[in-house]
Design a protein around this ligand. Structure first.
Ligand SMILES: Nc1ncnc2c1ncn2[C@@H]1O[C@H](COP(=O)(O)OP(=O)(O)OP(=O)(O)O)[C@@H](O)[C@H]1O
Length: 603
């Protein structure tokens, strides 16, 4: 009886969740071609549209420019791809490869490029005359040229490589271009592609000139007009600017109309000029002090864990152990600030054995974490990145250690938990990292690591409407066996002094001292971690201050016993050398910009 009641409650909750995610209509009722609806069902398993799809598809089909601001994992990709495919397959006479490119999807990263391309492949299965393709940095240019020469109807591209081909590949035919889509627009801009995008729009002749009168601008024949779509899970001034230069009288989807109205009414002068971009601009301004708007899936449980610096590594490993022992089959992503940190933790987790047992039982020694572990970062070659991404997608249970290369737009099914071991910095980044879980109504947890000195970061998140609750760390530590050590009698023993923490830290340090390759990785990771810590921008600089840190404790978080001076010396040396080099080169502002762009790309 009790079980029945429980089941009823669960199914009500599931129904409730479904109605927050899915619409109560069908794909065909939105106007999509029946064969395309079949493909959505057969190839992707989509029975009904999500709310965002139900709202966006008819508008995109109508030919209007659109700005979509919706939470992560709500189905934006199909919301723009399906109307495009609908129109292209309907085209009479049939389109041909030799007609060149009709639709251009711009994405920020390689992984997202491949992801969109794979969805396209599935949706186009029965429309063999519509050819999908991709071009992206790091791939072989001549092969891409050859593919472009043959003709690609729907092209997915990263901005830099697209611009390259627009300038240098004369056989790239784009005179029939009808759609330009900016997927993950905020990320594209954050990575420093703003100028590339402006150039792309100029080369394609689709940059919106706001000096042209509105009447003239909207009276173009719809058939030959380029329809631009901009999708972003976060809104800010930069996205607003891109919207301004790329969209013409757009329909806005996902923006809170009441808020827009309120902001506009608050400023009478503004309400007189009710241009859609002024309204968007006012909307962005009214959002918060930092002009950002965030949307979270309601089922996402967001927590933070307060950990003293020197115990960070032990606590990370303990939490992972706890999570995988509680639920053996699950996927977890841990975010780090640098490629070196990913390499070090990957190597450590893949090799570290515990609990401590006698030498005679050596064959029984278990890995500390028995889960499949993968790594992903910008210094890996493309093939490895692709393989990791595919493996993590298909595994039922795995741990992915990653930099922010996987924070945006990547759709990995069934990720149960996101751990932000290194703080994300910008709140936008926080949103996108946690957006890898709790997708499309699924359950999801997120956990943010903060040191006591960084706790003000919570206020910054609060200013953006992100509220976190505290994770009960001491309770977790109490749950571990102590292998003969005495459990503390005092209830409120500190995290650092907890016997489990002390003994695991000791084991990690001894392990590192004999494993020279892992030790070398730890030293590199320490160095780059400190450098990344100093790179926080704006107001965050007051929260994440290197001088507030004890470098000896930082070293401990890389299982290094060394006094910081030993590790620090090489760090100081490198900093000095860099400064010297920079001086010699007459380090211009332009150069600094280039460096920060390439730094972002290599994360
Ligand atoms: N109608 C649907 N029915 C079932 N599943 C769907 C439907 N639409 C999308 N999905 C699934 O939902 C997940 C999220 O979709 P998608 O990646 O397009 O979201 P998104 O809004 O672009 O996310 P992000 O902002 O993180 O890029 C994917 O796994 C996708 O396969």
């Amino acid at each position: 009886m009790e079980q029945n009641n429980m089941n009823n409650v669960k199914s009500k909750a599931d129904n409730n969740m479904n109605s927050q995610v899915f619409a109560s209509c069908s794909f065909s009722s939105l106007g999509l071609h029946p064969t395309l609806c079949d493909q959505l069902k057969e190839r992707l398993g989509f029975e009904v549209p999500t709310l965002v799809q139900a709202e966006a598809i008819p508008v995109v089909l109508s030919g209007r420019h659109v700005l979509v601001n919706a939470a992560t994992g709500t189905g934006k990709t199909v919301a723009y791809l399906s109307p495009i495919i609908h129109h292209l397959q309907n085209s009479n006479p049939r389109i041909q490869r030799s007609d060149g490119t009709f639709a251009l999807v711009l994405v920020p990263t390689h992984e997202l490029c491949m992801q969109v391309y794979e969805i396209l492949l599935k949706l186009l299965h029965r429309f063999h005359w519509i050819v999908p393709g991709y071009i992206m940095g790091g791939e072989n240019r001549s092969k891409e040229k050859a593919r472009l020469r043959k003709g690609i109807s729907i092209l997915v591209a990263t901005p830099g490589r697209l611009l390259d081909h627009l300038k240098n590949t004369s056989s790239f035919l784009h005179t029939n271009l009808r759609w330009i889509i900016f997927d993950e627009a905020d990320r594209i801009l954050e990575l420093g592609f703003g100028k590339d995008i402006e150039q792309i729009l100029t080369v394609l002749g689709t940059k919106q000139d706001k000096s042209v009168s509105k009447e003239n601008a909207t009276s173009r024949t719809p058939e030959f007009q380029t329809q631009n779509l901009l999708l972003s899970a976060t809104l800010n001034e930069k996205v607003n600017h891109l919207a301004k230069i790329s969209l013409e009288n757009p329909v806005m989807i996902g923006l809170d109309e009441k808020k827009i109205q309120q902001n506009v009414n608050d400023d009478h002068a503004v309400s007189v000029r009710s241009d859609v971009f002024d309204r968007l601009g006012e909307y962005s301004k009214g959002l918060s002090a930092s002009t950002e708007e965030y949307k979270f899936p309601s089922q996402l449980v967001q927590r933070y864990i307060k950990v003293p610096c020197g115990s960070r590594l032990v606590v990370l490993l303990s939490i992972l152990k706890h999570l995988f022992e509680r639920e053996a089959s699950q996927k977890i992503v841990v975010f780090f600030s640098t490629c070196d940190a990913v390499e070090f933790h990957y190597s450590l987790i893949s090799k570290f054995h515990w609990p401590p047992i006698s030498q005679s039982e050596v064959e029984l020694r278990k890995m500390f974490l028995g889960c499949k572990t993968l790594r992903l970062h910008g210094n890996m070659n493309h093939e490895d990145r692709k393989t990791t991404f595919q493996t993590f997608k298909t595994e039922k249970s795995a741990l992915l250690l990653s930099t922010d290369v996987s924070a945006r737009g990547l759709d990995i099914p069934k990720v149960r938990c996101i751990i932000q071991y290194d703080s994300p910095g910008e709140a936008t980044e926080y949103v996108h990292r946690v957006g890898r879980t709790a997708r499309l109504g699924e359950k999801g947890d997120s956990l943010l690591f903060l040191q006591p000195v960084e706790i003000d970061y919570l206020k910054d998140l609060e200013n953006h409407g992100v509220m976190l609750t505290e994770y009960p760390l001491l309770k977790l530590l109490e749950s571990f066996p102590l292998y003969g050590l005495k459990r503390p009698v005092k209830k409120f023993v500190s995290v650092e002094m907890h016997p489990w923490v002390l003994s695991l830290q000791k084991a990690l340090e001894s392990f590192i001292s004999i494993e020279s390759t892992v030790r070398k990785l730890a030293m590199d990771a320490f160095w780059s971690w400190v450098r990344a810590y100093t790179a926080h921008r704006g107001e965050l600089k007051q929260i994440f201050m290197v001088k507030k840190l004890h470098l000896g404790h930082v070293a401990k978080s890389f299982a290094l016993k060394d006094q910081p001076s030993v590790v620090n010396k090489s760090f100081q040396k490198q900093i000095k050398k860099r400064k010297r080099d920079e001086k010699q080169k007459g380090h211009s502002k332009k150069r600094r910009l280039e460096i920060s762009k390439s730094y972002a790309l290599h994360r």
